[in-house]
Design a binder for this molecule. Sequence first.
Ligand code: COA
Length: 315
Amino acid sequence: MKIVGTGSALPTKIVTNDMLTDFLDTSDEWITTRTGVKSRHVISNEKLEDLAIEAARKALDDASLKAEDLDFIICSNVVNEYVTPQLSCIIQGGIGASCPCMDINCACAGFIHALEIAESFHKAGRVNNVLIVCAEEPTRMTDWSDRRTCVLFGDGAGAVVLAPGNNIRSIKLSASSATDKLWQYRPLHPTPYITKDEQDVPLQMKGQDVFKFAVKAASKDISRTLEDAGVNADEVDHYLLHQANVRIISAIQDYLNQPAEKFPVNITDHGNSSSSSCPILLDECRRSSRFKDGDLIAMSAFGAGFVSGAVLFEW
Ligand code: COA
């Protein structure tokens, strides 16, 4: 397939590091040096589904396609206010499409997983035009009195439209179960048959374990993807990495031995927006004319599970 349109949408409320010091024992200096984040967009009076629909509409406009041209919609999402129906159905109605749709939850690696699904369905002859929307509100998952987690995240939606083409050169996905490193429980309704107390636990994270996993998994996924496509790291024009921490990005950059200019960063203004981070970064780079036709782009993401993946595609 080929990416023929991109779009993104962000909450209007911007929360700076200094604003966090009003209620947290933290500092701009700590957050900036440890993570690279200066501010983040946080859901307040908008709904995630509206951001998802706005990002989807922008991607369709950019692709000069209409909702009725779509054969499939995939939404990557970890939490939103509905347990059911799936967010992709809400997006389908919001943009006026009528094609089948599905949600996936592959944490922050959702965009790469969605690309693999779209590409596989296309190769099987089932779809031509596919909309992928990643819509996330991780700021609704964290405990805002826990300085170890809440400072990291931001909300938003990113979307792409894919059409037939030969631009995706290789995709590699991986998973390695380590469910105690990054997790959250939500309480289910009691039944007459379940007596245990239901727990409502906000996002829990073993930060240093996640950090090590991220660097290792992304380095390996990108290397496997390049090898599969017969491309060496120097030939890649842009590395778009999941925006979780600038120190993770620079460790991967060191491993690949590539210049910092090839690694666009927007975590400074967005924080970690989970699976939305890759398509938002892609949209911002595209709209700032960073890519030329034929450029090679490697993208990689990792998240809770652990799951990870990388893709190499031609612009
Ligand atoms: N402000 C000030 N101090 C803070 C803080 C904050 N926001 N958060 C943690 N600290 C403190 C800790 O309490 C600890 O203090 P102590 O030594 O007195 O106990 C100290 O800073 C160091 O904490 P530590 O967790 O060792 O820091 P770190 O260098 O590992 O950085 C992360 C923490 C979370 C930034 C880093 O581990 C990370 O980015 N991990 C990956 C997270 C991630 O990417 N998650 C999403 C994956 S999709």
